[in-house]
Ligand binder design. Structure first.
Ligand code: ADP
Ligand code: ZN
Length: 672
């Protein structure tokens, strides 16, 4: 490989770098072309420039440093905080024929010595290190004795003190530029806000870096937020109807609900394991390893799960509790569908979520500024939940990107536009009830009592407090209990009501007065009777009637399913034998393409995206045998479209009850 000069000023050198990069993409990774900004980033870094790269999860950040590491002379040093994943990352690279290694605390002395020797001998293309190891004198000393092609700083937002993943060891990385001024640095993250971007540039001391900010849209993810009503059952129906046999993550706020949900799913025939900080490290590691290695396992987790996991075939991310911020939500949902295949981000959200989160902010510790920030984060999240507009549009706008004014066509509000209604009178009824209780009785109550009063229900608590004698008693019979809860939820989200104290009682806000004085209208979103069944329009295929089929196979024509399943079974066997995750062998997307192309020779197989030189040599014969055992491609006439409308299954009515939160402590954002 000719050594490209640090500054490839003449176009000839640039041209060589580009064609070398492209050749590497074809030969090693088996991919056709670069995506989005990849080639611009790679060209810049190969020529010796520093880069700050913001790309969404699944955007293809890894190639941005892996290819420069392969093209430039020397070893690419990758800094990553995710020790638990290094082995898998290295395995995946080795399966591609890349000479990769890592050094971390999970290794014994001999293993580490071997990697050091390989590095010094110039036998490594890529070396993965945790930041706490990199800053050790011994490591710096070792690195200065070898040749380094590029420093890649992954998960670079960890340097941000105000972000959600701050790691003090990242601060020390600013020394790389001083110590190795001639080695290009590339910092990468999927956290998109401007503040984080600025902090990365400053703290990593990269003033001369070029900035590459990709679109944050993830068009293959379908966003849906549904009203919460018996969420475990809703989840079960969602999984059975749309994600049978798929791998996915279910997020809950507390350890207790993680445990209960995992048990519930398992008891109902869906293999699920819990993951939270209360489990011992061994159990957590085992559950994470199973998630990575097995096809179709569900992990029920607190937010502590999933950062940096680059499992490409996570088909859904479900939230049973409201995330604290849009950033958090976007990062968590972004773990779905890295391979670009259709995936779902599904969330059930209800009144109790709003009350609980508002309460947490009020009763939690932290100063006033902290509380205000948390409140602003929550308000943005609530606005996303309550919007009648395109969800994706709102998300993109939040990250400073121009959304498509026509809508995205792949979120619940685009697929089934919600109706709105004039809720001014309903709002006044709620607010007057709160006012009466306070003015006439000096009392404050939570949502349940307010709704009982409006409905004129003589419950024990209503009688005990004499609330049936209030003039507002029974003035709200035109709506159901569920609808009233929806009204209160939306008033809270709009800031027309507030939550107070540890019991979550409802009180007025400054903005409430205008509603009571009839100076302000209150448009509300109609509560859908039941969740709109979906995954119809994504990608424009006629994909209804796919009920009960895994999403990985969802858009594959019926007659190719047997081949796809046979290839998956073959892959599972390979993965088991070698002790690596299935996707290290081939991605779902590659298997789908193989089933579709039905290659009959090694050469044809090499033309499939995702089949590089090394994999062709290792698995070519095996794959061809799977196909030939099936006896050749079935006739296309077998591809008659199936009948069946969109999901009408499951006729249990969804009661208007929120999920009672049984335990208090939500998990904090720690990882390990
Ligand atoms: P990120 O780190 O940004 O989340 P990855 O680097 O893991 O994303 O890439 C996401 C997925 O896209 C991976 O499965 C990867 O193999 C695939 N991919 C990346 N670049 C390309 C490309 N140019 N062509 C085809 N597939 C790609
Ligand atoms: Zn939309």
């Amino acid at each position: 490989m000719p050594g490209t000069g640090r500054r490839a000023e003449d176009s000839a050198a640039t041209g060589t770098a580009v064609s070398e990069a492209l050749a590497t993409l074809h030969r090693v990774f088996g991919y056709e072309a670069f995506r989005g900004e990849q080639d611009a980033v790679i060209e810049h870094v190969v020529a010796g420039g520093d880069a700050v790269v913001l790309m969404p999860t699944g955007g293809g950040k890894s190639l941005c440093y892996q290819i420069p590491a392969l093209v430039r002379p020397g070893t690419g040093v990758v800094v990553s905080p995710l020790i638990a994943l290094m082995q898998d990352q290295v395995d995946a690279l080795r399966a591609l024929g890349v000479r990769a290694g890592f050094m971390n605390s999970t290794q014994d002395f001999d293993e580490r010595r071997m990697v050091e020797a390989e590095f010094l001998a110039g036998e490594l293309d890529l070396l993965y290190l945790a930041p706490e190891r990199l800053r050790l004198d011994a490591t710096l000393e070792l690195l200065s004795r070898g040749k380094i092609s590029v420093f890649a700083i992954d998960e670079a937002h960890c340097v941000s003190q105000w972000g959600h993943d701050f790691r003090p060891d990242y601060l020390a990385l600013s020394l790389l530029g001083e110590r190795w001024p001639d080695v290009p640095r590339i910092a990468l993250t999927a956290t998109a806000t401007r503040a984080t971007h600025r902090e990365i540039t400053e703290r990593l001391n990269m003033p001369a870096a070029r900035h590459f900010v990709a679109s944050f849209d993830r068009p293959n993810i379908q966003y849906r937020i549904v009203p919460k009503a018996d969420p475990k059952k809703q989840l079960l129906r969602f999984l059975r109807e749309e994600h049978a046999g798929d791998a996915g993550i279910v997020y809950c706020l507390s350890r207790n609900s993680v445990e209960k949900t995992a048990e519930f799913l398992s008891a109902n025939g869906i293999e699920a394991v819990p993951y939270h900080a209360g489990l011992d490290a061994g159990t957590r590691a085992a559950h994470q390893a199973r998630f990575l290695r097995e096809d179709g396992l569900v992990v029920v987790a607190t937010i502590a799960f999933g950062m940096g996991i680059d499992k490409p075939d996570v088909r859904f991310v479900a939230h049973l509790d409201l995330p604290k911020s849009v950033e958090g939500y976007y990062q968590e949902t972004g773990r779905a569908g890295r391979d670009g295949l259709p995936s779902t981000a599904w969330m059930a959200y209800g009144l109790n979520d709003v009350i609980q989160q508002r309460k947490l902010i009020q009763t939690g510790d932290g100063d006033e500024a902290f509380r205000r920030r948390a409140q602003a984060h929550l308000d943005a999240m609530l606005a996303l939940c309550e919007t009648a507009q395109c969800r994706r549009g709102q998300l993109l706008a939040y990250f400073g990107q121009e959304p498509d004014p026509a809508g995205c066509g792949n979120c619940d509000t685009c697929l089934t536009p919600p109706e709105t209604w004039d809720g001014t009178i309903a709002a006044q009824k709620v607010l007057s009830t709160v006012v009466r209780l306070q003015r006439e009785r000096g009392q404050k109550f939570g949502a349940v009592q307010i709704v009982d009063i409006l409905l004129g229900k003589r419950t024990g608590k209503v009688i005990q407090f004499d609330h049936d004698r209030l003039s507002v008693f029974g003035i709200g019979q035109e709506l159901t209990e569920g609808e009233w809860r929806g009204v209160i939820r939306q008033l809270l989200a709009q800031g027309l009501l507030a939550v107070e104290g540890e019991y979550g009682t409802l009180v007025l806000t400054d903005a409430s007065a205008a509603v009571l004085r009839r100076e302000r209208e209150v448009p509300l979103r109609k509560e859908p009777k039941r969740e709109p069944a979906s995954r119809s329009g994504s990608g424009g295929s006629s994909g209804s009637g796919r009920k009960g089929r895994s999403a990985a196979a969802a858009e594959l024509p019926e007659h190719l399913l047997p081949a796809f399943e046979a290839l998956r079974a073959w892959r599972a066997e390979q993965a088991r034998e070698q002790g690596v995750p299935a996707y290290v062998i081939f991605h779902d997307a590659t298997l789908r393409e193989i089933a579709t192309a039905w290659p009959t020779s090694v050469r044809e197989l090499g033309g499939v995206s995702g089949v590089g030189e090394k994999k062709l040599a290792t698995y070519g014969e095996g794959v061809l045998k799977v196909l030939s055992d099936l006896g050749g491609p079935p006739g296309a006439e077998a591809a008659a479209p199936e009948g069946g409308g969109a999901g009408t299954g499951g006729d249990e009515a969804l009661g208007p009850v929120d999920w009672p939160e049984t335990d208090a402590e939500p998990e904090s954002d720690h990882w390990e």
